[in-house]
Design a protein around this ligand. Structure first.
Ligand code: MN
Length: 705
């Protein structure tokens, strides 16, 4: 029999011929794509995807899942691309394969417990379609079964990942058979010695108990038959090794203590018989009070149903009994897959809507029992309507952010200082605009610069309230101190024009002037002047009249305000033209914003001048040697090649200018424009920056904006 025929043999029990034909085509493509590859064990690679398909076939999954299982490593390991899969197998199967490939690319490296939970959520969120995670679980199961070929370090890493990530996911999806096997394989790989000791102990116990088990089983059976309830199945349930191991660790118990009971399962025809069987066996052995649970009338949140009871056994050893119907048993073993099982005559749509209903039911149940939250439901919720996105820091930490979050949100989530100083971001090592929405599984790096500050424009795209409140606070703080300082300076200037100075007035004079004008404090008055809500000359006159030191002001000509630097940002330099020392400039009061300095030829300034009253105009000029650095925007058009950004940024900083921000605009494959905001001292300095950039042969065009 060929490799595929074995699978076909099982597929024909529940799939149509046309569906099996699709799976066969998937097999032909995959076996051709993998034909030169081998597993470490030496077998042809195609044996692995076939085995994964077989696992899913045993769960009676639909033909799309089985096809995806066969193709699951083609996108990762062979030149086959998604487009080809769409063409040959349609969007649905291609999406499944793509989904599995994305999960495969992500490796869990951190050992932190809390991170494991986020990692599980991320995988579920990335899966979207629950079938993706099922294919991935089957893939992992087969890899764990055939782990021997890998080097020991790799084996350990896979085992940790399996125990911390995949087994809990299987458990949440109610797939207990998967969970048990993954856990045992994980334990055996990670702690081979402990595993062997426990296994030997368990075998020993099983042997010595054989007689007792048979005795109890026979007693149960004849008791049920006597009550006309012949069970369709009854069996001794051996606790799984990993379950026992976890209980020993958690409760600090010895092996003897955790193994000290018998456990049986009884399957009967219908719900009625479940209760009658319970009554019958309570007559056989005395039940232990408080140990009875009716999960049929009150199912668990994951829809698990059964009757649980514990009895005093013949020699004092407790006997745990679970009674349920065959249907309940199937659901308990296969969990979510029981709902995905492909039944003949049912369309895919029906199956999906059935599953959807099942998940919806879980969520409704969850809402009613808010005091009993089950993580499983949380995860299912994410899966159906993802509201979060999970991304990595460069060190591999996982951060949970709301859907649509951007690198700025990420920066603030790490630390407000990083958010406040961020200028650019890399996603998976590529520079992207700060407004780019993040996707699951990406690695985000934030580039900061000393002296950078939050940009008000960020408020239009950020998603998190943390980023929003930090940016707003920062801007408010900045506005306030700026306005106060400017107001004080303007008042002093106005007094100077009147031939006096602030120091000539008694200490309380300014305070009383402030309260007369309706301000609670001197500071509030300064702020009002700085924001343009009060005219400095008016306040100066008021102050002078009150205090009897009048010198009539010369109203004819306003004296220019000298700009000595960007001293604590007393003045605001317009964002449209970014004046720097050397540029001809003009100042304007803007209500609520204080004085804004534009370049003389700025169109925005011309507009302000014609529309506002003359008192809004404020002559300004540069001082001798203005101190500090001034923002200016430049555009550098470059040939798009590797490392070009590094070359440009190095040239700029070699010319002694700081970069505050960069935006990248790609034109076609060959050129891109880099829009920088840089800090320079004056026009001469800017010219030096330009000379440096011109000397690079990747630069094709250079302009100040
Ligand atoms: Mn694989």
């Amino acid at each position: 029999m060929s490799l595929f025929d074995e699978l076909r043999h099982d597929l024909i029990t529940y799939l149509d011929r046309e569906q099996i034909e699709v799976i066969h085509r998937a097999y032909l493509l995959a076996s051709d794509a993998h034909k030169h590859q081998h597993r470490r064990s030496g077998e042809p690679y195609i044996t692995h995807p076939l085995a994964v398909a077989h696992i899913l076939c045993s769960l009676r999954m639909d033909y799309q899942s089985i096809s995806a299982a066969i193709l699951h490593d083609t996108m990762e390991d062979t030149p086959i691309e998604k487009n080809q899969l769409i063409e040959e197998f349609g969007q649905e199967i291609a999406d499944l394969v793509d989904g599995v490939s994305k999960l495969t690319q992500i490796e869990f490296t951190t050992r932190e417990q809390a991170q494991a939970e986020n990692f599980r959520k991320m995988l579920l969120a990335m899966s979207r379609d629950i079938r993706v995670i099922l294919v991935k679980l089957a893939d992992r199961l087969h890899n764990m079964r055939t782990l021997g070929g890998l080097p020991p370090a790799k084996q350990r890493q896979k085992a940790i990942e399996t125990l911390e990530i995949y087994a809990p996911i299987a458990s949440r999806l109610g797939m207990y058979a998967f969970k048990m096997e993954l856990e045992e394989l994980g334990l055996a790989t990670l702690y081979p010695f402990r595993y062997r000791v426990l296994q030997t102990a368990l075998e020993h116990v099983t042997k010595t108990r054989q007689a007792a088990v048979t005795q109890i089983e026979t007693a149960l059976k004849s008791c049920l038959e006597k009550h006309h309830l012949p069970p369709s199945a009854i069996w001794y349930h051996q606790r799984h090794l990993y379950t026992l191991y976890k209980k020993m660790k958690r409760e600090h118990l010895s092996f003897q203590e955790v193994i000290d009971f018998f456990s049986f399962r009884i399957i009967v025809d219908n719900i009625d018989d479940c209760y009658r069987a319970l009554g019958a066996i309570h007559n056989l052995y005395r039940p232990i009070p408080e140990h009875f649970r009716d999960y049929i009338a009150l199912p668990k949140t994951n829809h698990y149903q059964a009757l649980h009871t514990t009895l005093f056994g013949p020699n004092g050893t407790p006997i745990e009994i679970q009674i349920r119907t065959a249907e309940m048993d199937e659901k308990a073993e296969q969990g979510i897959t029981a709902h995905l099982i492909f039944k003949k005559g049912k369309t895919l749509k029906e199956i999906q809507s059935h599953t959807q209903n099942w998940l919806q039911g879980l969520m409704d149940l969850q809402q009613q029992n808010t005091d009993n939250p089950v993580e499983f439901i949380e995860n299912v919720k994410i899966d159906l309507t993802p509201k979060e996105v999970y991304v990595f820091t460069p060190k591999g930490r996982i951060m949970e952010l709301p859907l649509g979050a951007t690198p700025v949100d990420f920066a603030y989530a790490i630390h407000s200082d990083i958010g406040n100083a961020c200028i650019a971001s890399k996603v998976d090592k590529r520079l992207v605009p700060l407004s780019t929405p993040l996707s699951n599984g990406q690695t985000i790096e934030i580039i900061t610069a000393p002296g950078a500050r939050p940009n008000p424009a960020w408020l239009s795209f950020i998603m998190t309230s943390k980023a929003r409140s930090h940016i707003k606070n920062y801007l408010k703080e900045l506005n306030h101190s700026e306005s106060v300082a400017l107001g004080e300076r303007l008042l002093k200037g106005a007094l100077k024009i009147m031939g006096t100075t602030l120091s000539k007035f008694p200490h309380h004079a300014l305070k009383s002037t402030a309260s007369e004008l309706g301000y609670p404090s001197k500071e509030a008055l300064y702020e009002a002047i700085g924001l343009g809500n009060q005219i400095a000359t008016v306040v100066a006159l008021h102050l002078a009249e009150q205090n009897d030191t009048i010198t009539p002001p010369s109203k004819k000509k306003k004296r220019a305000l000298i700009i000595k630097g960007n001293e604590g940002r007393i003045l605001r330099f317009a964002e449209c033209c970014h004046p720097i020392p050397g540029d001809p400039i003009a100042g304007f009061f803007e209500t609520g914003q204080g004085v804004v300095v534009h370049t003389k030829n700025c169109p925005e300034a011309a507009r302000t001048q014609t529309h506002n009253e003359p008192e809004h105009y404020l002559p300004v000029r540069w001082g001798e040697t203005p101190e500090g650095d001034f923002k200016v925007k430049i555009t550098v058009e470059v040939i798009n090649q590797r490392g070009v950004l590094a070359q440009i940024t190095t040239a700029i900083s070699d010319a002694d200018a700081d970069i505050q921000n960069v935006n990248i605009e790609e034109h076609d494959g060959n050129y891109c424009s880099l829009h920088f905001t840089i800090l320079v001292r004056n026009r001469t300095h800017l010219a030096r920056v330009f000379r440096r950039l011109h000397s690079l042969n990747v630069v094709s065009r250079l302009a100040r904006r």
